[in-house]
Write a protein that binds this ligand. Structure first.
Ligand code: ZN
Length: 268
C-alpha cells in the first residue's frame, strides 16, 4: 500500500535521534510516498525548507503558526516587512508547496484574537499572490477561521488556490462548505479515536475526493499506537479506518487519498 503524509513536523526534536534514517529510507520502505513538513515558526519554516532540500520524498510548507505571529511585531514595521520578505523567499523555493501551517488558535491564545486574524489574513494574501495552496490550523476557532478564509477568498482579482484544513474538527456542514470553496479536509489519528463522532461522520459522508491523510507527527498517533511518538508510517491505521467507515477496499482507498494529496500540492 502506498500513501502520504500531508502534514508532519520532522524538524521536531522528537526525531533528532532517527530523522535521517526515517526520511532517508524507513518511511519510503514502508509505503510512504511523500511527506509535507510544516513550518510553524520562522525558524521552523527554514528548517522545513532545508529538509525538503535534503530528502527526496520531503516537501515543505512554510508559514507562521498563530501561536508565533508575535514575530511580525507592529503592522507595517520594518520587523513585519522583514519577516514577510523571508517567508516570501522561502515560499519561492522549488519544493516548498504550500503556505502553512497558518490559522487561528483560541485554545492557547498566545496572541489576542484580533492579532491572530490579522496575520492569518496577511499570509492568505501571500498565498494568493504566489498562487500556493494553504495548510490551515484551527483550534477552538472553527467559525472565525472559516469567516477569515471566506472574506479573503478573492482579493484584488487574486483567488486563493485551495488547500487543506488540517486536523479537521468542525461540523459536517462546515466541511461541505470548505469543499465547495475548493478545500480538502485533513484526516489524521483522531479519526481512530472512540469519541471522534463528528469527524467519522465527515469521513463517511463527504466525497472521497475531498479527504487527505496526515499525521501532525510527532503528535496525534492513531489507535492502536495512541500515546506513542507518531510518524508517517502510522497513516496505514488512518487509511484502514477511513476505508472501514466508507466500506471500501483499503488499497483502493489509499490510492484515491494519495491522488487527492498530489492534486492539492500539485505533485501529480
Ligand atoms: Zn502541525
Amino acid at each position: 500500500m502506498r500513501f502520504c503524509d500531508t502534514h508532519a513536523h520532522y524538524d521536531d526534536e522528537a526525531f533528532d535521534a532517527d530523522r535521517t534514517r526515517l526520511l532517508g529510507r524507513d518511511l519510503r520502505d514502508e509505503g510512504v510516498e511523500f511527506v509535507v513538513n510544516m513550518g510553524a515558526s520562522l525558524e521552523g519554516a527554514e528548517r522545513s525548507a532545508e529538509l525538503a532540500r535534503r530528502y527526496e520524498e520531503v516537501y515543505a510548507g512554510c508559514g507562521i503558526h498563530p501561536d508565533e505571529v508575535g514575530i511580525f511585531g507592529e503592522e507595517g514595521s520594518s520587523q513585519a516587512l522583514s519577516v514577510m520578505a523571508r517567508l516570501h523567499g522561502l515560499l519561492e523555493q522549488p519544493k516548498v508547496v504550500c503556505v502553512g501551517e497558518i490559522g487561528l488558535d483560541y485554545h492557547w491564545m498566545v496572541q489576542p484574537k484580533e492579532i491572530q486574524r490579522k496575520w492569518f489574513a496577511a499570509q492568505l494574501h501571500l498565498a494568493a499572490e504566489l498562487n500556493l495552496p494553504i495548510n490551515v490550523h484551527s483550534r477552538e476557532a472553527a467559525q472565525d477561521t472559516f469567516d477569515v478564509i471566506v472574506k479573503h477568498h478573492t482579493r484584488a482579482g487574486k483567488t486563493l488556490s485551495g488547500g487543506i484544513i488540517h486536523c479537521y474538527s468542525g461540523s459536517v456542514e462546515m466541511a461541505r462548505a470548505y469543499v465547495k470553496l475548493g478545500y480538502h479536509i485533513g484526516v489524521g489519528g483522531v479519526v481512530t479515536f472512540k469519541n471522534a463522532r463528528v469527524l467519522k461522520e465527515v469521513v463517511q459522508t463527504l466525497p472521497l475526493e475531498s479527504l487527505v491523510t496526515e499525521t501532525d507527527c510527532p503528535y496525534m498517533a492513531p489507535e492502536p499506537v495512541r500515546g506513542t511518538r507518531n510518524d508517517s508510517r502510522n497513516i496505514r491505521y488512518v487509511i484502514a479506518k477511513i476505508a472501514a467507515l466508507r466500506e471500501m477496499d483499503e488499497e483502493a482507498c489509499a490510492a484515491a487519498l494519495l491522488k487527492n494529496a498530489k492534486d492539492v500540492y500539485r505533485l501529480a
